[in-house]
Design a protein around this ligand. Sequence first.
Ligand code: ZN
Length: 295
Amino acid sequence: MIVLMNTILLGVVGLFFGSFAGATVWRLRASQLREDKKAGEKVGGRDSNEVKAIKKTSITKDRSVCLHCGHKLKWYDLIPIASWLQLGGKCRYCHKRIGWLEPTIELGVAAFFAVSYYFWPYQLDTAWALVQFASWLVAGVGLAMLFVYDSKWFLLPDRVMYTLFVIGAVFSLTTLYGQTDVFSQVANIALAVTILSGLYYVIYVVSKHQWIGYGDVKLGLVLALLLADWKLAALALFLANLIGTVVLMPMMLSGRIKRQSHIPFGPFLIAGWFFAGIFGTQIIDWYILFTLGTS
Ligand SMILES: [Zn+2]
């Protein structure tokens, strides 16, 4: 009963973090576009929301505004999901469509919080265990931003990445607590980093920056720190490729994307990380049972 109540509570908390993540994505995009503009690149294009975002938002401004009319949003416009549903996905002031990004990221982070708690594979009985779980949740909020940003604009903003690096380091440090053999856990983390980040670095160098971006190398490092286990890191890599294949194959066969198309890999890596982190130990146990059972 208490587990169910906590799950629902975390889901609700997740909605608000998701709302924050959605607003931050637009602020990051606005500041990115301003930097591009300063650097002399052509900005805007098909997405007219983007040009408006430059004018109306700033990374430091913490009050959200409508991307269309620039109207400052009141607290009752910012209630996750409820505001969106009540207004039918439109701005209260100019009645233009707000889009699906906000409700999607809100529900996504809420689901991430609830599922992470419900299926968390470790005991939450010490302060360190709680710090570890909390850093997993906070990291998920940042990764949700990267997930959306990379899907939409093929970029993983450094500002989010560096914050995630610190959170990942905290997560890794908590796994050292209570270890009888601290050295072997440090080696374990180092191997996880080698698998998830080192491999991408090699691909990045070998392909001369064509197949993947440096952002994926950094993301690999962050995700490895947030798993702190080489088996889970290897599983995350495998799942990322599996999910990527399942999602992209129909699009490739139908000709919607071509071989040369730029495909953001960040979202698949993040999905692989999530499943490996929450269900990885179980998956590995099943796999071992299965292979022992059939041999
Ligand atoms: Zn508006």
